[in-house]
Design a protein around this ligand. Structure first.
Ligand SMILES: Cc1ncc(COP(=O)(O)O)c(C=O)c1O
Length: 406
């Protein structure tokens, strides 16, 4: 055969169609959560929608300074070159010291979602079953499409995943590859997994041989209550801890990390190496320089951010109590970005309320978007995100919500 004699006759009028893979064809389009068509049409709409950090809490000025320092130090050229799949040593070392683990166990990722999808692909067999929070962060469910996994919904209580419920299901014969949970300031339900439940969950994982995927993006944002600890996760060979700088330094950086059990490091590294080679050398250069060259800066920044989010949570709760007395059951959050109030009156239709609120200029996520199975009251809940909204916006948003109640 010569190059001038193609085996398939070429006809520009009828090109041979390209067929996406079975995997790509099976990926769902956003339904409910993330569906833009449900948003308020008003240009002045106030969005209480996402776990988004406030711009004032992000290191805009510092990154400009850092860029200058890196350029002056002659690091500019290297920042545009290839680097290793594992991530920058200095950055891994800085994170490892904070986490209290060996730096080898830290794998730098392109943010939390990347860490989640890597973990799922590394540990869940095609068609396997993953126990998930009910209600859950919907985008995790979408990562399960990568392996066609089924789900076993496990109720989430005020103090996190109902571990006893999971234990009963396992004792009854259910077999799972993984449990997915958000241990601190749960998305959407705002609670924190208690220390006792953390220990019980890890014990189940070791007894039945599954991995706990602990997705922890909000854990640095505690402004009330007691930390419930992470050591139990780091000390187990059955836990992958997923984290990200999204909520603290900014989602646009796309920078996060996994704390892997030692025995999984090489496996996950090989998988990652075949996808994107490594996280941005440029971003790692800047963030490593920022964190390493300014001892104490990260903690001081977090302290200011926590104060800001504590204040906003207080404003939102106070406004709801004043403008909507008795209409919602509210538990003030201890951290993170979400309030998960419950409608008190069963006569209120949550879908109609949501539609009226959107028409009146306030967007929030209805609780039904987060349910992963029956048996929760999610449908009667609202997820209100306050992280990137000013006091005035929160006040106005609650006023509009009050009007939607009628
Ligand atoms: C529970 C949870 N996991 C993961 C993520 C995604 O983090 P990233 O933006 O770093 O991918 C988010 C972001 O909203 C989240 O709320």
């Amino acid at each position: 055969m010569t190059l001038t004699e193609p085996t398939v006759p070429h006809s520009p009028a009828q090109p041979v169609p390209l067929v996406p893979s079975e995997l790509a064809r099976g990926l769902t389009v956003p339904h409910g959560f993330g569906d833009q068509s449900l948003l308020s049409p008003r240009p002045d709409a106030i969005r209480l929608l996402g776990g988004i950090p406030d711009p004032s809490a992000l290191p805009l000025d510092e990154l400009r300074e850092v860029l200058g320092e890196v350029w002056d130090d002659g690091g500019a050229a290297a920042s545009l070159q290839y680097s290793g799949s594992h991530g920058f040593e200095g950055l891994r070392g800085w994170i490892a010291e904070r986490e209290g683990v060996d730096p080898r166990r830290i794998l730098i990722t392109n943010g939390g979602m990347h860490g989640l999808s890597l973990t799922v692909q590394a540990l869940v067999e095609r068609g396997g079953v993953v126990a998930v929070d009910n209600p859950a962060y919907p985008l995790f469910l979408r990562t399960l499409e990568l392996v066609g996994a089924g789900t076993l919904p496990v109720p989430v209580e005020a103090d996190g995943l109902d571990v006893e419920h999971l234990a009963r299901r396992l004792a009854d014969g259910a077999r799972i590859a993984a449990v997915y949970t958000v241990p601190d300031f749960h998305n959407p339900s705002q609670g924190t997994l208690s220390a006792a439940k953390r220990a019980a969950l890890v014990e189940l994982a070791e007894r039945y041989g599954f991995v706990v995927i602990a997705d922890d993006p909000y854990r640095e944002l505690r402004f009330a209550g007691e930390d419930q600890g992470r050591r139990v996760f780091f000390d187990s060979a059955h836990v992958v801890h997923v984290n990200t700088f999204t909520k603290t330094l900014g989602p646009g950086l796309r920078l996060g990390w996994l704390v892997l059990p030692d025995h999984l490091v090489d496996t996950v590294l090989r998988l990652r190496n075949r996808q994107d080679s490594h996280s941005s050398t440029f971003v790692q250069t800047l963030v490593q320089h920022l964190l390493v060259s300014r001892p104490g800066w990260f903690d001081a920044t977090l302290a200011r951010a926590r104060e800001l989010y504590r204040h906003r949570a207080e404003v939102l709760v106070a406004e709801l109590r004043t403008q909507l007395p008795g209409r919602l059951t509210i538990k003030p959050p201890e951290g993170g970005f979400f309030l998960w109030p419950r409608l008190t009156d069963d006569a209120v239709d949550p879908r109609e309320l949501h539609a009226r609120a959107a028409a009146g200029g306030v967007d929030y996520q209805p609780g039904e978007f987060f349910a992963t199975g029956p048996g929760t009251d999610s449908v009667r809940r609202l997820r209100l995100a306050y992280g990137d909204r000013t006091d005035d916006e929160l006040r106005t948003a609650v006023g509009r919500l009050a009007k939607a109640f009628g």
